[in-house]
Design a protein around this ligand. Structure first.
Ligand code: HEC
Length: 202
């Protein structure tokens, strides 16, 4: 159950790796290499707050809440995202989607096993996790994006973090506003699901 991992943090020393002939480099690559999934602009994902609080959506606590396994930063994961969330660079625009860096998902979000027992976390590399609540996660992502669009304080908090200048109302923050309004609008997951269902009905 995801709740039993609740005490775990990304910098945890209590993770036990079995001898599966995976090097540290192998596992760091597997956890985070890009498989081409581009869901939401990477910098917006990094700065997004959950719908009902100021907690970051990508935080360890929120990731664990939906059954993802937290992981610290490394060469393949510069921002310490949970296992199975990756960074993909889109070189040329695709439809409404501008070129740039995106956060997305990989097989490892579900295919990494971890047994949580008496404060220890035993990894089974590539094994099935059966903990990731993917629908709830995307609903929560959608709720976070919609809350950010309608709540000015939330929106400005994202812009301020993004510009790395607390309180800044300058050019960088304005650029964030202009871009993220478009990005958040097209990343309305309910709209995407409705479009997909509509396409299937035809
Ligand atoms: C949203 C969660 C999720 C994601 C993402 C996911 N899988 Fe799975 N996968 C599952 C589940 C659940 C099963 C069924 C496991 C079972 O039958 O016990 C499964 C089964 C499999 C199996 C069969 C395993 C077996 O032992 O029979 C393979 C192979 C597989 N997935 C590969 C992949 C690959 C490759 C990717 C990425 C492209 C991927 N999966 C992404 C959830 C996921």
């Amino acid at each position: 159950m995801p709740t039993s991992a609740a005490a775990q943090t990304a910098s945890d020393q209590s993770v036990i790796y079995l001898n599966q002939a995976w090097s540290q480099d192998d596992r760091e690559w597997y956890y985070h290499f890009s498989q081409g999934s581009a869901v939401l602009s990477y910098d917006i994902f990094l700065n997004l707050e959950v719908a009902n609080s100021q907690e970051l959506f990508r935080s360890d606590a929120n990731s664990i809440r939906y059954g993802l396994i937290p992981e610290g930063p490394n060469g393949f994961n510069p921002d310490g995202l949970p296992i199975g969330i990756s960074k993909t660079t889109v070189a040329a625009p695709i439809g409404e989607w501008p070129a740039g860096d995106y956060a997305g998902m990989t097989c490892a979000a579900c295919h990494e096993g971890q047994l949580n027992y008496e404060g220890k976390h035993i990894r089974i590399e590539g094994g099935l996790g059966n903990t990731f609540e993917i629908q709830a996660y995307f609903q929560a992502l959608n709720a976070a994006l919609q809350a950010t669009l309608t709540d000015t304080a939330k929106f400005d908090a994202g812009g301020t973090r993004w510009s790395h200048k607390p309180g800044s109302q300058g050019q960088v923050a304005r650029a964030f506003r202009a871009r993220s309004r478009n990005d958040i609008r097209i990343c309305d997951t309910n709209r995407c699901i409705a479009l997909a269902l509509g396409a299937r009905a035809n």
